[in-house]
Write a protein that binds this ligand. Structure first.
Ligand code: NDP
Length: 247
């Protein structure tokens, strides 16, 4: 059970991060919430407390390693340990390569890849000392297959999977009992499409999401089930896709 576990979530101000915080709160989890929109984190923390959990939050931009380290320190200062760290913050401004949207490329690389690395770097020293822990990295079905328009987003999500498998093997070698899970969602009804900057791509994706997307609680449940597995076992890779989504 997520009961009493100290769980750090990046990108906790909406969507999958928010839904996971709320679901874990019902088990009494101690949540440490990071994202840039502090006003939303405050509201979610209040909801978490009402649901039976405890929560602290801090404005955190995952592209800044100092801020990510500071989020880890908040967890230690308030709750004394980090049992689960969920690298969930991400954006998806897809476009075709010939559009040369360099700012979008850089933002995806900085948030989706470097943000995940900084989260791992911040959490592992504490988990190593505890000789226990769980890193959950959010990839995507786009991290399993690329298509036109998804090049950089897919590359970042493939990278999350590569980083996760290396981490898993390194944790085995370190004998620190740290579990590693990659969760790869399909079309989930969140605010993610607001990060798409190309109007034509956005319109197409909105149509697709209207037809196929499933509620965000499905991913939250997947994350909770991964956490609830006995500590001697880990789901290393989970794809959670709408039943009717083809690709
Ligand atoms: P949302 O847009 O609802 O959530 C994204 C979260 O990331 C927000 O809380 C946002 O918070 C945070 N974020 C963005 N940039 C930064 C940053 N620089 N620093 C810290 N936090 C940041 O979308 P989802 O919940 O859907 O997305 C969560 C994850 O799920 C992402 O990694 C996404 O790629 C992945 N995913 C989602 C799918 C979907 O269909 N929804 C499918 C496959 C994967 P703030 O703006 O306050 O900083």
């Amino acid at each position: 059970m997520a009961d009493e576990k100290v769980v750090v979530i990046t990108g906790a101000s909406s969507g999958i991060g928010e839904a996971s915080a709320e679901l874990l709160a019902k088990d009494g989890a101690k949540l440490v919430l990071g994202a840039r929109r502090e006003n939303l984190l405050k509201e979610i923390s209040e909801k978490v407390e009402k649901l039976g959990g405890q929560a602290v939050y801090q404005s955190t931009d995952v592209t800044d390693d100092d801020q990510v380290e500071s989020l880890a320190k908040l967890a230690i200062d308030k709750f004394g340990r980090i049992d689960v760290w969920i690298n969930n913050a991400g954006i998806m401004p897809q476009s075709i390569l010939s559009e040369k949207k360099i700012q979008d490329w850089n933002n995806m690389i900085d948030i989706n890849i470097k943000g995940t690395l900084y989260g791992i770097g911040a959490a592992i020293p504490y988990m190593d000392k505890q000789k226990s822990g769980h890193i959950i990295n959010v990839s995507s079905v786009a991290g399993h297959q690329a298509h036109q328009g998804s090049a950089v987003y897919s590359a970042t999500k493939y990278a999350v999977r590569a980083i996760s498998e290396s981490l898993r093997q390194e944790m085995v070698d370190a004998k620190n009992n740290v579990r590693v899970t990659v969760v790869s969602p399909g079309a989930i009804n969140t605010g993610l499409l607001s990060s798409v900057t190309d109007p034509q791509v956005k319109a197409g994706m909105e149509k697709f999401y209207e037809a196929y997307s499933i509620p965000v609680e499905r991913v939250a449940l997947t994350i909770k089930q991964a956490i609830d597995l006995p500590a001697d076992a880990a789901w290393n890779e989970v794809v959670i896709r709408p039943t009717n989504q083809l690709g």
